[in-house]
Ligand binder design. Structure first.
Ligand code: GLN
Ligand code: ZN
Length: 776
């Protein structure tokens, strides 16, 4: 570069929630999908949201200029944005583009959501978070071409409003490492092999940004942190050099900031340090300060800006600000140029804790949502410039809040702690599977029993009743009566369909985690604490702040009512400890395993109460088991140990005659097959329809020998599978699994489906089962 690089800002964040403080973007996007606003109106609302975000970030202490404010808006997903920016649109959507290869908003959303027989891009979890990105499809012939219009327009829009922002885009290595091989790609092909073809497009983007006046650009490379990407690590490391040597060598470009959230860079750090990038982001919350650097790397790092990610972007605690400042100071040993930032984008946390006027004020004083975290970053940045004394007041206030939290009632409950301390090995195990099978004979189940995963469609009527209850427009008694009527309807429907093991349908559950969080001690629920899950979908995680215990039974009344309506077995339905943790904001002051065991004990008591009430089959859902799997291989055994252990603790008190089921979804079970086996559930229902039953072979070859229900109906789509299709899937499964262990069920709960398609699909499932039974 000819001119010296402008200094990196003292304080910044890696990204900010884009859904809006009141989910304005969700509403606008969904209105556009529904045809009630035009593309232009949607564009205008998005521009307003971006403008408000910039103003807010400036008000919270980020500099208006100097690239302190990142531009991380997206209409749907940042990985899709990158795919569109580099022209990597799957062939089936190519016709949506205009002559210049540009996509309008409608086309963009079509790639995200599919149309007719053209499936959307697949969706999967973003690292170990609960955010889902769209998976780019890259083949040997994918033609890359730059479409930087949106990135440039947002930069210009900010500039016109007096801001010099920092454009943010998923980096080239991560983009390809997260992509999947396009259909028809030869065996052995991996998208990362196309890096050399992709880099020139990023180069062109950087040149255009420089011409537009951008001083810094942020390229997100979290894939460098993860060891659980299905690509040889040496190849990952090599890709860093290829990409950033080339980009660094450009004559006219902004300074490059490579951010690496979600953990330590480890062996990717020397490779990145050796390239000409000007700044490197280190996640010092999940990751640690690099140690034992070789002299060459140490020297290269000393010449760069190190952006110390010391404020947790992935959790909602105010935390120990003084310790965070000390961590920044420690980075100063590596380089004289140090800046402060969040560890990850703030995408994972809600906007503003000040909106929570119904939360306990004491709890609020321990919390920091996105806006508070921006404030914290700004404080630490000021400390860097003016010295620690200048921010002593803020550091002390955070320490005082932390001490208050530590001593507050409910954070540590002696009764909960004593019970945990008294656990013995046998609390984690049931009698042998064979003994259980014998004790469960009396359930009188047919071969290939049919069942569903728990929820039935949550109709508008059900949701309206709940909203009225929350508003106080409906009495608790009337609400209960409505839910009971719904349960009865669902029971009669299942009887009429001929299902063997029934469910109550879960109409009373707003959400499979929040429902329990509201009934357990140690949790709090927010009003506006929404975070983006994918596209326009948001979740509102509960806050697990204290020791968990169960003041009263949580599901027994609903389940025993449902059982009273039928002679057929009714499944009790609980959410497992790992999933309750994964989909909540969890206390950070003790190991996750301890917290999981507390939740497990509460569930264990619930199971005992369900048994007493006459429920003989109990399902404990763990869809998030795979999600929390650590990105670093070395951390995985310990995780699997506590996660599987907490499930076993929750279910270990069930008598032999109680049939324990579990349910898992969100695919990619390969790495957790042994863990699934170790759960020791009597029956495991598992997502399988989309992958054409692959998981069945994996499980069987691992020596799995308990009951298994591979999903035969993909509930993620409104499509009704035909009888022949279900029958083929079942025959495939029956070829691998003995009939006395094979169950028949959909992939997941039916909550998001409509009644018409649900009834038809279930009818086909029962019909296919009858046909396959006759072949046995
Ligand atoms: N029992 C839950 C339901 O049917 C399971 C949901 C899930 O696996 N995500 O809705
Ligand atoms: Zn599921």
């Amino acid at each position: 570069m000819t001119t010296p690089a402008p200094a990196f800002p003292d304080a910044t964040i890696l990204g900010y929630p884009r859904i809006g403080r009141r989910r304005e973007l969700k509403r606008a996007v969904e209105a556009f999908w529904a045809g009630s606003i035009t593309a232009e109106e949607l564009e205008n609302q998005a521009a307003e949201l971006r403008a408000a975000t910039r103003e807010r970030l400036a008000a919270l202490g980020l500099a208006r200029t100097g690239s302190a404010i990142p531009e991380t808006f997206s209409f749907y997903d940042q990985v899709l944005d990158a795919a569109v920016a580099v022209g990597a649109v799957p062939a089936r959507f190519a016709a949506l583009a205009d002559e210049q290869g540009r996509l309008d908003l409608a086309a963009y959303f079509t790639i995200a959501r599919g149309v007719g027989d053209d499936a959307p891009l697949e969706m999967t979890k973003w690292f170990d978070s609960n955010y889902h990105y769209l998976v780019p499809e890259i083949g040997p012939d994918t033609v890359f071409s730059l479409h930087a219009e949106r990135i440039l327009a947002e930069f210009a829009e900010a500039k016109a409003a007096g801001f010099t922002t920092r454009p943010v885009i998923v980096g080239p290595a991560t983009f390809l490492l997260l992509a999947k091989a396009a259909d028809g790609a030869p065996a052995g092909f991996a998208p990362i092999y196309r890096l050399a073809d992709l880099v020139p497009v990023y180069a062109a983007l950087l040149e255009q940004l420089a011409a537009a006046g951008a001083e810094w650009v942020q390229l997100d490379e979290p894939a460098l942190v993860s060891e659980s990407i299905d690509v040889d690590r040496a190849r990952v490391i090599e890709s860093v050099g290829i990409a950033y040597d080339a980009l660094g060598a450009l004559d006219a470009r902004p300074s490059i900031f490579v951010a690496a959230p979600y953990g330590s860079l480890d062996d990717a750090l020397p490779a990145l340090a050796a390239t000409p990038v000007e700044a490197i982001g280190l996640d010092l919350v999940r990751g640690s300060l690099p140690e034992g650097l070789d002299p060459v790397t140490a020297e290269s790092l000393a010449a760069k800006t190190l952006v110390a990610g010391v404020i947790d972007g992935h959790n909602i605690w105010r935390g120990d600000l003084a310790a965070a400042f000390d961590r920044v100071a420690a980075v100063q040993h590596l380089s004289a140029a140090v800046s402060v930032s969040t560890s990850t984008s703030l995408l994972h946390v809600p906007h503003d804790v000040a909106d929570e006027d119904e939360l306990d004020a004491r709890l609020v004083s321990w919390l920091a949502f996105a806006d508070q975290k921006v404030g914290q970053v700004a404080v630490l940045g000021r400390g860097l410039v003016e010295g620690r004394d200048a921010i002593e007041g803020e550091l002390a206030a955070a320490s005082a809040a932390l001490a208050d939290r530590d001593a507050a009632p409910g954070v540590r409950e002696p009764s909960v702690r004593d019970r945990l301390a008294g656990l013995a090995e046998q609390d984690f195990a049931r009698v042998s599977y064979d003994e259980r099978v014998a004790a469960q004979e009396s359930l009188g189940l047919p071969e290939l029993p049919t069942t569903t995963i728990g929820s039935f469609p949550q109709t508008a009527e059900i949701r309206r009743a709940r909203a009225r209850l929350v508003r106080g427009d409906l009495s608790a008694a009337d609400y209960t009566a409505l839910m009971r009527a719904e349960i009865e309807r669902v029971v009669r429907l299942q009887e009429e369909l001929g299902l063997d093991v029934l469910v109550h349908g879960e109409p009373e559950r707003n959400d499979m985690v929040q429902y329990f969080a509201e009934l357990l001690d140690g949790f709090a629920v927010t009003k506006h604490g929404w975070v983006q899950s994918y596209g326009s979908r948001c979740t509102r995680p509960s806050i697990l702040w204290g020791d968990v215990s169960r003041p009263a039974p949580m599901t027994v009344e609903w389940s025993s009512y449902a059982q009273s309506l039928t002679e057929l077995p009714m499944k009790g339905m609980l959410t497992g400890p790992v999933t309750i943790l994964a989909w909540s904001f969890v206390r950070d002051d003790q190991p996750l395993g301890d917290t999981a065991r507390q939740v497990a004990l509460a569930l264990r008591d619930e199971i005992t109460d369900l048994e007493t009430a006459g429920i003989r089959i109990i399902q404990v859902d763990e869809p998030a088991l795979r999600e929390l799997l650590p990105l670093k291989l070395a951390d995985q055994p310990a995780y699997l140990d506590w996660s599987v252990g907490s499930f076993r603790l929750a279910t270990g008190g069930a008598v032999p005659g109680t049939q324990v089921h579990t349910h898992l979804c969100y695919s990619e079970f390969g790495v957790v097959i042994d863990a699934i086996k170790n759960l020791d559930a009597d029956v495991t229902s598992i997502e399988a329809a989309r992958s054409r039953m692959e998981v069945v072979d994996d499980l069987e070859s691992s020596g799995f020998d308990h009951g298994i229900g591979p999903g035969v109906y993909d509930i993620h789509s409104p499509r009704v599978p035909g009888v022949a299709e279900v029958q083929a899937l079942l025959e495939r499964a029956a070829g691998a699994i003995p009939a006395n262990r094979l169950w028949v069920n959909p992939d997941c709960g039916l909550k998001t489906r409509g009644y018409d398609e649900t009834v038809e699909s279930l009818r086909h499932i029962v019909e296919a089962t009858v046909a396959v039974r006759a072949e046995l």
